[in-house]
Design a binder for this molecule. Sequence first.
Ligand SMILES: Cc1ncc(COP(=O)(O)O)c(C=O)c1O
Length: 370
Amino acid sequence: MAIGFYNFQRLHDEEFRKSVMERFEEIVNKNGFVEGEYNDKFENEFASMQKAKHCDLVANGTDALEIALKAYGVGKGDKVAIAAISFYATAECVYNVGAEPIFVDVEPQTGLMCPESLQRIVNKHEDIKAIICVHIYGMPANISALEKICKPKNIKIVEDGAQAAGGFYENGEPIGSSGNLVTYSFYPTKNLGAFGDAGAILCNDDKLSEDIRSIRNHGRSPNGHRLIGRNSRCDHLQAAVLHLKLSNAPTQNENRKNIAAWYFEELRSTAGLELVPEKYIKTSSWHLFPVRLETKEKKYALKEALAEKNIGSSLFYEKAMPEEAPLENVPGEKTHAITFAHKTICLPMHPFLTQEDVKFVADTVKDFLK
Ligand SMILES: Cc1ncc(COP(=O)(O)O)c(C=O)c1O
């Protein structure tokens, strides 16, 4: 029995490939390669699915973060407080708009931005212009607590939802409906993935959306160039794939929830293993299923034990961002983030896992910890 970390064979089965090829042929016949009707269709449908007023497709999730900061007016010399557990792009985007990051520590059980840490950072650094919280692994950051800290000081919030397509906030509303700028990556391994790079920004504000659309296309407006933008247009081919996948996304996300529930059933009382709080079964998009071991060494040993049984696993993230060499001197708080990164390993999670697969993975984990 081999259990892959992803299952692209099933995701891109014969029927799906046929539909993609039909769309590709249609696009090639029309010579409509960059932006097009599938961009519009995806934007409208994804926005309404996530209860946002606007969805603006861009070239990738990193650009989405940079453009979101730019649209909020974050630039040279500004400070941006970012969650210390994320993919490197969450820090990179701050430098790329000329601003400076400050790390905010995470909650030890989830890796999500810790509101108490943010409060301390905001008290210490008066001049923070924006924060980037991350819906890491698909779990929702505690937006109501973060907004309570940011709103009175007019600190802008970017939600990095790269891993959270189809997830929900704790109030049950879809991620993307908050009114903050919410960014997505549709990198192929994401739970909503293109056949290459793509990304998007959701928002509820007409003016912000107009600016985002202008920035992504060289500052263009109907009356000429109105600002200094860039090229971050989304290919029509990618939009066509994403639009096709969108109709299956709710069922696949429901499967992911059931799979997460099976994992909890099998693993919740395993000595030596910590799971994220069970309340996230309902809200997470379950892009990934993280578990924590007691030590870094045990984590690597478990990875090997899983590999011996042909079970895929992945280390998101081997290091917390503050440990990456170019970010070593960034100020802020990072204690829990470092421990979290060292102990975390992700078990297989994709919509085609069966209950038997989950039991096999869980039994392998339990045998290893005996
Ligand atoms: C949390 C997070 N932010 C940002 C990104 C960057 O997205 P992209 O690779 O599409 O640029 C990713 C992708 O891995 C991510 O997981």
